[in-house]
Structure formats: structure tokens, C-alpha cells
Design a protein around this ligand. Structure first.
Ligand SMILES: [Zn+2]
Length: 275
């Protein structure tokens, strides 16, 4: 897998991408062996076993701020006890048409952005480094699961992570997803790497940027905590045909929801840069 960047940033990206690349059943362990990352999957070595597979994965079993979650009891940002952690209406996002690298590993569909678009949370700027898909959704809303979920992974200069999650619902065909759908591999196990696929992230994301926010973790080993989650309230819509295209190569790579353990889930509004 080709990773943009250099030095420490590249190493973190590499770790991230390995985590996401094997996010489907049947991922070939041999492709990771050289990196000495323990094999994990969603079947025999599934989520219930992750924490025991490696000392590096201990957070998967023992963490107290894990993702995904069922979004149920939501507080508003006027809540004084949480104001110090989350500044209301402080999210800004700048996503433009970009020439991205679309990587079809046959196990996961991942789009890498060598020079990231920006997400700002409370004055801190995060750059979009990649997005990828889960099917069905990992987050649920009052117990409801969606057909798919897209994760837009952002990283700050201090290498802190923020992920925008977009729930995906079945609906009308969505042209913004065509560059991805038309480049999906024909079946699992087919590897492909397309450079400079024009993808307009702004169009992929729902227009309404109201969001649920909470502090969580990576949803794949090593389940690292300290990840800012921004789950958009409005789902994106793609057609049944587009969902079927994803399911051929990507299915059942969703971690079960994790205990909230007293964490606050906040309702917030994310502003597009042009608003
Ligand atoms: Zn993900």
C-alpha cells in the first residue's frame, strides 16, 4: 500500500492504514507479516478477541472510551460541564474537489489524500488523510443501524486524530460516489491502486453538518483512544445498486458498539467554510 508523507507522520499513517486495510473478513495475514502486526479480523479473530491478540491491542479490551457507540442520550453544547471540552459551533470544514489516490486492496476501499483538506475543531486544524467504509454501519442511533458508514480520518500537526463519520442510507443514486463505485474491484482479493481520481468530498458529505460529538477510539486494533468523533446527524444517500457494489467487496467489517462509560455525547453544528 502506498502511503503519502514522510517520517513520523508516514509511520502513523502506515499504522492507521494497516488498521483500516484489514477491516474485512478474510484479510490475508501474509501481507502484514513483514510488519509484525498480529492478525485480526471480524471472524475467528474477531472484535471479542482483539484485546488478547497483542499487548499493543490491550485498549481493545481494557479501554474505557472506545468506539463505536450507540448514540442515544444527547446533550446540547449549552451544558456547562462539557463546555471546557467542546466549544459550541467551533467546527469548520474545508473540503474541495481534490485529486486523490483511491486504493482498492480488495479488502477495504480507501481514498488517500496527500495534501489534506481541513477540519477545524476549537481552533485546532486537522487535515484529511484518508476515508474508508464500513458495512453495515458501526455507530447506531437509538439502536438503529445503517447500511454503511464512511469514516473521514483527519490528523492534526500534533498527530491527534479526528474522524467524521457519515452514516449512509439507501436512497437515490448519488453521483458524488460514482468515482468510487466505478473503481471498485470486481470481487474480493482483487488489488488495484488508482492515482489522481477526482473526488469532491464536499459533495459526498451531507449538506446539513449538524453532528453528534464524543471522545472515542479507533474502531480497529490497536483501538487507540483520544480520537475526536464527529458523527453527522444527517445520513448520506446512495442507491441500492451502489450499496450492492460496495457489498461485493466490503461487508461485515463493523465492530460492535462499546459501553459509553459516562461519556457525554453532544449535539453540535459543523459549519462549512462557505457559510
Ligand atoms: Zn473506520
Amino acid at each position: 500500500m502506498r502511503i503519502a508523507g514522510s517520517g513520523a507522520r508516514a509511520r502513523l499513517l502506515t499504522a492507521l492504514c494497516f488498521a483500516f486495510a484489514c477491516a474485512t473478513p478474510g484479510f490475508a495475514w501474509r501481507t502484514l507479516a513483514q510488519h509484525e502486526t498480529p492478525h485480526w479480523d471480524y471472524a475467528e479473530h474477531g472484535p471479542a478477541t482483539w484485546g488478547a491478540l497483542s499487548p499493543e491491542f490491550v485498549a481493545c479490551a481494557e479501554g474505557h472510551s472506545q468506539s463505536p457507540i450507540d448514540i442515544r442520550d444527547v446533550r446540547t453544547t449549552e451544558e456547562p460541564s462539557v463546555r471546557t471540552n467542546f466549544r459550541p459551533a467551533s467546527l469548520r470544514i474545508v473540503h474541495n474537489l481534490g485529486a486523490a489516490d483511491l486504493i482498492n486492496t480488495g479488502h477495504s476501499i480507501q481514498v488517500n489524500f496527500p495534501q489534506g483538506d481541513a477540519l477545524t475543531i476549537g481552533g485546532e486544524v486537522y487535515s484529511l488523510v484518508q476515508f474508508h467504509f464500513h458495512g453495515p454501519s458501526e455507530h447506531t442511533v437509538r439502536g438503529r443501524r445503517f447500511p454503511m458508514e464512511m469514516h473521514l480520518v483527519h490528523m492534526s500537526a500534533e498527530r491527534k486524530l479526528a474522524v467524521i463519520a457519515v452514516l449512509i442510507e439507501q436512497g437515490k443514486p448519488n453521483k458524488a460516489f460514482d468515482p468510487i463505485c466505478s473503481n471498485l474491484p470486481a470481487k474480493r482479493g482483487v488489488e488495484d491502486h488508482l492515482e489522481h481520481v477526482p473526488i469532491d468530498v464536499e459533495l459526498i458529505m451531507p449538506r446539513d453538518r449538524s453532528a453528534y460529538r464524543y471522545d472515542g477510539s479507533l474502531t480497529t486494533p490497536p483501538c487507540t483512544e483520544g480520537v475526536k468523533w464527529i458523527v453527522l446527524r444527517q445520513p448520506a444517500h446512495i442507491s441500492a445498486t451502489q450499496i450492492r457494489a460496495f457489498r461485493k467487496v466490503l461487508w461485515k467489517n463493523n465492530r460492535p458498539v462499546q459501553p459509553l462509560n459516562g461519556r457525554a455525547v453532544l449535539a453540535d453544528v459543523m459549519q462549512a467554510e462557505d457559510e
